[in-house]
Design a binder for this molecule. Structure first.
Ligand code: NCD
Ligand code: ZN
Length: 345
């Protein structure tokens, strides 16, 4: 196959940041994606419907002229989140989901949830109105090894929460383990999982062997090879429970290349090219549309995009810049360690 036409894709987990960084990275998403679920972990976080409205306006103002793109806004769940405000945001169509970060789990998650009891009223309201909860599924307990944090979260937090509130619709975001894939596969209802581009491509060796590579450091951290294989199998299966959430998370290079570097890979620019390469490797190009364009909207109860995107396999590899320049500083582009010939036209 040398050409593939699919419905225009969406990104169900994206960090756009704010200000000059927003202006610098948004064009790479709006060039390829019709919609994206926008993460609320700004400083300070996007907590209320009014915050989300104002952030949405800043995103629309940063959009290149002529691009059509719809940001799907999320609220950052805190122990003080007001259920009425969440319901109002959802009913107005502005708020697509609420995001749960266990406090301390990742970049800018200090306002996250420490005691789940305090978040129950809002979670109960969400269950009632069918608003999905997007979860960063890692425990933050210092004693738990960083490579085990997702599996322990599923067992000790996610499963009890689902038993307590079975009607709550949950997206387990950026699944990185076979444990996560198995748990989602075994669930009967109200659970889906997003998978990033980079977790289909790198395993933990890529971060640590032959020198430490800060641009592969993201959270949840990439796991062993068997986990990457499980993610590939799920993503390319066509199973409607799995869809693309790039988790493209730009940080300027000085904040990645230092003694205590930030977590996040910047992938919006080359995600579609990388995914076509991966799906072709797996003999599953016919499943790329399900993963990138159909399963996500079905889960979020939105119509798939009507526009089409054509990917063309070139004779020569598609070149991406090693880094992009933003008004906030340079941001290194995710290096998939292969050359993809697939180009988005
Ligand atoms: C994200 C960020 O930088 O905001 N980083 C990451 O490694 N994915 C936060 C997150 O989604 O965990
Ligand atoms: Zn993220």
């Amino acid at each position: 196959m040398t050409s593939l036409t699919i419905r225009r894709p969406d990104d169900w987990h994206l960090h756009l940041r704010d200000g000059d960084m927003l202006k610098g990275v948004l064009p790479y998403t709006s060039a390829h994606f019709a919609r994206a679920v926008i993460m609320p972990n700004l400083v300070p976080p996007v907590v209320t419907t009014a915050d989300a409205q104002a952030y949405r306006e800043r995103i629309m103002a940063a959009l290149p002229a002529g691009d059509r793109f719809q940001p799907l806004m999320t609220l950052y769940l805190t122990e003080g989140t007001n259920p009425d405000d969440v319901e109002e945001g959802a009913k107005s169509g502005l708020v697509t989901a609420v995001k749960l970060y266990p406090a301390g789990a990742t970049t800018n998650s200090n306002s996250g949830v420490r005691n789940f009891e305090n978040a129950m009223p809002v979670l109960e309201r969400m269950a009632k109105i069918g608003l999905p909860l997007c979860i960063h599924g890692e425990v933050t307990t210092p004693e738990v090894d960083i490579f085990d944090r997702e599996a322990v979260f599923i067992e000790t937090v996610l499963d009890p929460l689902r038993k307590r509130l079975p009607e709550l619709r949950i997206t387990l975001e950026h699944v990185t383990t076979a444990d996560g894939i198995d748990y989602i596969n075994a669930s009967k209802a109200n659970l889906a999982g997003s998978i990033t581009t980079h977790h289909l491509i790198i395993n933990r060796n890529n971060i640590l062997v032959g020198g430490i590579r800060p641009h592969y450091y993201c959270l949840p951290i990439a796991k062993r090879e068997n986990h990457r294989q499980a993610l590939r199998k799920a993503a390319t299966s066509g199973n409607p429970k799995f869809f693309l959430g790039t988790d493209s998370a730009p940080h300027v290079d000085p904040l990645k290349e230092c003694a205590c570097g930030c977590a996040g890979c910047f992938t919006s620019i080359n995600t579609m090219s990388c995914l076509a390469h991966v799906f072709e490797e797996e003999g599953a190009l016919d499943k790329l549309e399900a993963f990138a364009s159909l399963n996500g909207p079905a889960w979020y109860r939105l119509a798939p995009n009507e526009e089409r995107t054509t990917l063309v396999k070139r004779d020569t590899p598609v070149e991406f810049p090693p880094r992009i320049e933003t008004g906030a500083g340079p941001v290194t582009v995710f290096d998939p360690l292969f050359k993809s010939h697939w180009d988005v036209t």
